[in-house]
Ligand binder design. Structure first.
Ligand SMILES: Nc1ncnc2c1ncn2[C@@H]1O[C@H](COP(=O)(O)OP(=O)(O)OP(=O)(O)O)[C@@H](O)[C@H]1O
Length: 484
């Protein structure tokens, strides 16, 4: 039921759109004020109270800037649904400060607009019964999420975003290199949300064959396809009331993107072989290490889905940009991974320096693996550079053998002659380093041949898509960069 006191400000510089939207919303029972420029929109916002703003932020006058300015004057944020023909995603902090709750792309169907308005207003009503998120100082931010280690500026900014975004129902897109902590951020958002009693459901787009993905996500009726011996509830239904974490979103096949869009937009879907829609109440948090904007530009990822899922866009800082957090993480991981009978107590000064100098292409996952390895090698009491892989300790001295080797093999022709000789400087490389560099070269060549198509490349390599993804991740190779 529409609450007749709910008041919407519609701000847009297209007269026809403005008039029809206003008329339709009034018919749907909302009080509606329509304005065609930023100055008028700000004047109305300052003088009256609204429950929702529907606006293309890029109309005459800088509405975005004025809203941010008002925020600094501590005015309460009204939820904003951005309706635009030329979208750009603001940073996470900017989205939060502006109060952006959703994106709709023009032309927008009125039923979609209405569904969105209802959802946002219902969620804003819930929100008003929740205590506001206080502004936190540095000390408080540092201790807010004890399982997430970090005191560097990029990490404190991340903690502030998580703190502000967790209590809302806004969809979140987390991007960043492999191993930077995207999943841990997603689960922290869930555990600090009002959905924490519901399930945090991980849905990995690379883990399921394309043909089974739809039934895995939405469920199926008995007999709907060969092998569907019973009825199955999909993963989305299982996290009704909770959070769906869609990992490796960039790998989601195009055919399924439209179906996911409907589920995200309307919170309903139809199980395979059924005719009856299922309704859920699920928040979507997604992650990818692909450049989704590039995927959208290349036509491989739906623009509407990208905007719908990325209302808040968090970019994870790579470990190499987190300064002394590297050492905080190394100490904490050593503590948590050390077996009870281990004689190892810490790192030598040289080893600490080497950890700081290395560029960590595999980020925290790589650091964790390195510490596990060092714990088995180091006689104790200190882990020294001798217990670290060559690529780590040599990066602080003469440059890593591995990276030099990797550079060398990358500069070779795509099909190098078997007699190609390695430079004398590389004769120091260990067998392990040489094998890694060869594997890297093979993967780069494979990606070039198949123009970044992981399924085709996996077929040639005799690997599963998932297996190939793991290898690409290990070498920090982004398949998207090979697509034209
Ligand atoms: N700030 C942190 N403090 C402590 N541990 C962390 C932190 N960030 C990540 N980790 C740990 O590092 C490992 C990798 O993190 P996670 O799986 O969240 O990365 P990811 O970005 O999702 O990786 P991928 O893209 O490969 O799926 C996990 O074991 C996680 O618990």
């Amino acid at each position: 039921m529409t609450n007749p006191t709910q008041k919407i400000l519609v701000a847009d510089d297209e007269p026809l759109y403005l008039r029809t939207t206003g008329d339709l919303l009034r018919k749907a029972g909302y009080a509606c004020v329509c304005v065609s420029n930023a100055t008028e929109a700000m004047r109305r916002l300052r003088e009256e109270s609204f429950d929702l703003v529907l606006s293309d932020l890029s109309m005459p006058g800088n509405f975005k800037l004025e809203l941010l300015h008002d925020q600094r004057n501590h005015r309460p944020t009204v939820p904003i649904v951005v309706i635009t023909g030329v979208p750009t995603l603001p940073s996470a902090i900017e989205s939060i400060r502006l109060g952006i709750t959703d994106y709709l792309l023009k032309p927008v169907k009125f039923e979609d607009l209405l569904a969105c308005v209802r959802r946002v207003l219902a969620s804003a009503e819930n929100k008003s019964t929740r205590p506001p998120v206080p502004v936190r100082g540095r000390d408080e931010l540092e201790t807010l999420f004890p399982h997430m280690i970090g005191k560097s500026e990029p990490m404190l900014e991340l903690f502030e975003i998580i703190d502000r975004v967790a209590p809302t129902d806004t969809n979140v897109l987390i991007t960043g290199e492999s191993g930077t902590g995207k999943e841990i951020v997603a689960s922290t958002i869930h555990s600090h949300s009002h959905r924490s009693d519901g399930k945090f459901q991980v849905i990995d787009c690379t883990a399921v064959p394309e043909s089974l993905f739809e039934s895995m996500l939405f469920g199926h009726k008995r007999g709907s396809f060969t092998g569907a011996v019973g009825e199955a509830e999909g993963l989305l239904k299982q996290c009704d009331g909770g959070t769906a974490f869609i990992d490796e979103l960039g790998e989601l096949p195009v055919a399924l993107q439209a179906k996911l869009l409907r589920a995200v937009q309307e919170q309903t879907f139809i199980p395979v072989g059924s005719h009856t829609p299922v309704t859920v109440d699920t928040r979507f948090v997604c992650a990818t290490n692909r450049d989704l904007e590039m995927e959208v530009a290349a036509g491989r990822f739906r623009q509407d889905l990208y905007y719908r899922l990325g209302v808040i866009h968090i970019e994870m800082p790579p470990l190499r940009n987190r300064g002394n957090d590297i050492l905080l993480l190394a100490d904490a991981l050593l503590d948590s991974l050390r077996p009870p009978n281990s004689a190892v107590e810490g790192f030598s000064d040289d080893a600490r320096e080497a950890l700081l100098q290395y560029d960590w292409p595999g980020n925290i996952r790589e650091l964790r693996n390195l510490i596990e390895r060092a714990l088995t090698l180091a006689p104790g009491p200190l882990v020294t550079t001798a217990d670290l892989p060559g690529k780590v300790h040599s990066s602080s001295a003469s440059g890593s053998h591995f990276s030099v080797l990797r550079e060398h093999v990358s500069s070779l022709d795509a099909s190098p002659s078997p007699t190609a000789t390695l430079p004398a400087a590389l004769s120091n490389a260990s067998r392990e380093e040489a094998m890694e560099a060869a594997e890297y070269q093979y993967l780069v060549g494979l990606m070039e041949i198949h123009a970044g198509n992981v399924s085709e490349a996996a077929r040639q390599a005799g690997l599963s898509r998932q297996g190939l993804h793991k290898l690409l991740k290990k070498h920090d190779i982004n398949a998207a960069q090979f697509r034209s």
